[in-house]
Design a protein around this ligand. Sequence first.
Ligand SMILES: [Zn+2]
Length: 178
Amino acid sequence: MAIRPIITLPDPRLRLVSEPVATFDGELQLLLDDMLETMYEAPGVGLAAIQIAVPKRIVVADATRGDEPKNPMFFINPEIVWVSEELFVYQEGCLSVPDYFEDVQRPARVRVRYLDRTGATQEIEADGLLATVLQHEIDHLEGGLFIDHLSRLKRERVVKKFAKAAARAAPVADKVEA
Ligand SMILES: [Zn+2]
């Protein structure tokens, strides 16, 4: 297992639409294990493959908190098949938009159909934190970010902040004019 680098805003790969997984081979198992280790190390409660620059429809999650025993979950080609009318507000953050948190309103409960690590079809009905995590991560598979759910003003402010930080971090040679 290995910890892989997490890409952050404004990396354009975060806007890619990820491709479905078709092959359940050793390479996939390795990717799943790396994603889990990367998520735990960050630490985060969910991670989509595109966040480590792999445009595949894979999500790992663990919505347990504090001293609860770990519950790693793997969702391959996940699809939301039902959402509740009831909504819930969670203060969300994202490993790809570090150190920025904002309230996001989403359905309180969702049903998700997915393939497990062996390729078998599964369905889960999630509520609470897991419902939010699944919706947040499945957004990533479509090139979405939680900031897309905010007002335009808030979104533009955070996008600008990250673009400026990236420009500052760029090597000086990039700025030479001739
Ligand atoms: Zn995220």
